[in-house]
Design a protein around this ligand. Structure first.
Ligand SMILES: *Cc1c(COP(=O)(O)O)cnc(C)c1O
Length: 463
């Protein structure tokens, strides 16, 4: 993951040598099912539809930019994870990827649990009627108010992230006359991103308690002594946008090693292990994510094998996919405002949103694809950079892509796979009004998060 975007100034255009770019797709009108939501298709007139509705109609009714979310696809993916892991495991959807009350209800109906990591996320989950026992509370610096609220609400688990937090949560629980179920988050010295993982020196980060130097074991020792806590397991989350399972293999090996040490020292076999989330999705046709059933099989085998070797009963496994469930289910619909060819370089296509609705490109150099969706075109491909309307040169949505050469102002384009970490990280930069999330299903659309208005902005500005 690189951090090349500079917050304050223009970012040097990285002009790459001729011929560097992957060739354009053979047919720019084709929609790769890997990157688009399940019900997305192009109709006989060349207009893209989702849930049976043409995007032209959605743009007219709800405006642009808008996040368009395929509810059937969301439910399919949630259910696929649930089914893949079966009754002996738990799937916690990571709410930070995208959370709204509608989404919480879908998850509830599909039998998934929910991770939250702030008072706001907890409030959203509870407001939607999710039962507190199915909520896990995360975060490396939960405030005393957040801890008290979570314990009072009766959340199913709090994931403890530091030595201070062990005593804080124990104290709150005891004061309230409760015994709080907790997991202890450890760092196993593995960090995984995309196609590789690094197995050394990655304990240098803010989350979790390092396994190294016996710190994690000491944390468990302390937590086991506190009346306010019921220690149910160990938690490990190794990264994001991961395709390679070997990082999980090393993590599981090390977590099980700790479970064995705990058994040997305290005579207690902790009943649960959480392997976190981070499973990758296809942002472009070059990405090949694994299916939930393959991931479930691989993780279950790894844990079972490690536990057999350590002569431990296999603990109940939980996982926390966020991106892998919601990411592919939504696209961002934009209207093209200007088309500016720069001779010998590329064509800049400006849309009516930008880094305020998708910060990932500026923040992580994330890759996206893009398509013309309001019509089909047989024009020659042109190399484009899709940019927003904000006052930053780094305001890039799609760094390099091909769109038809006859692209013009007023056309609608869509960026797929924006369901995760786009609306949830959206900002009001330049006093942008954050776009709505429109969910579609079986030929009907409804707004699940409405567009912000200038009134919303001014309501906070008390003059
Ligand atoms: C962010 C996060 C997740 C979800 O990550 P994805 O990449 O969206 O799957 C799961 N667990 C924890 C603890 C996280 O911080």
């Amino acid at each position: 993951m690189s951090r090349s975007a500079h917050p304050a100034g223009p970012r040097h255009a990285d002009v790459l040598p001729e011929g560097h770019y992957a060739a354009p797709a053979e047919d720019l009108n084709a929609l790769d099912p890997k990157v688009w939501a399940h019900t997305v298709a192009r109709d006989a007139d060349g207009v893209v539809t989702v849930g049976g509705l043409p995007v032209t109609q959605l743009a007219e009714e709800y405006g642009t930019p808008a996040y368009v979310l395929d509810e059937a696809d969301f439910r399919d993916r949630a259910r696929a994870w649930r089914t893949a892991f079966g009754a002996d495991a738990d799937v916690f959807y990571a709410g930070k990827a995208f959370l709204s009350r509608a989404v919480v209800r879908w998850l509830d109906e599909e039998g998934l649990n929910l991770d939250v990591c702030s008072g706001g996320e907890l409030a959203t989950a509870l407001a939607a009627g999710m039962s507190a026992e199915r909520i896990a509370f995360h975060g490396n610096n939960k405030s005393p108010e957040e801890i008290e609220r979570a314990v009072r609400a009766g959340v199913g688990r709090i994931v403890l992230d530091s030595f201070q937090e062990i005593v804080r949560v124990a104290h709150v629980a005891q004061t309230l006359g409760k015994r709080q179920r907790v997991q202890i988050r450890i760092t196993v010295g593995v960090e995984a991103h995309t196609h590789e993982f690094i197995a050394t020196a990655h304990e240098d980060q803010k989350f979790g308690i390092p396994l190294a130097g016996g710190q994690a074991a000491e944390a468990v020792r302390r937590a086991l002594q506190l009346d306010g806590l019921e220690v149910i397991g160990i938690h490990s989350h190794i990264g994001s946008q991961i395709f390679d399972m070997s990082g999980f293999e090393v993590a599981a090996h090390r977590v099980v090693g700790l479970l064995k040490d705990i058994r040997d020292e305290h005579g207690v076999e902790l009943p649960e292990i959480d392997l976190g989330g981070g499973l990758g999705i296809a942002y472009t046709s070059d990405d090949d994510p694994r299916e939930p059933h393959e991931i479930a099989k691989a993780l279950t085998e790894i844990v079972t094998r490690e536990c057999e070797a350590a002569r431990l009963a296999t603990p109940r496994i939980s996982v926390e996919p966020g991106r892998a469930i919601v990411g592919p289910t939504a696209f961002t619909l934009y209207e093209v405002g200007t088309v500016k060819p720069l001779d010998g370089l590329r064509t800049y296509v400006s849309v009516d949103g930008g880094m305020s609705d998708n910060i990932r490109t500026a923040l992580y150099d994330a890759e996206y694809s893009v398509a013309l969706v309001s019509r089909a075109s047989d024009a020659e491909p042109m190399l484009v950079r899709v940019v927003g309307k904000h006052c930053e040169s780094g305001d890039i949505v799609v760094k390099d892509a091909f769109l038809p050469g006859d692209l013009a102002p007023g056309d609608l384009i869509a960026v797929p796979a924006t369901g995760a970490y786009c609306r949830s990280m959206a900002s009001n930069y330049n006093h942008a009004l954050r776009p709505p999330v429109v969910s579609v299903r079986d030929g009907a659309a409804r707004v699940i998060v409405r567009r912000e208005t200038e009134e919303d902005l001014l309501r906070l500005d008390v003059g």
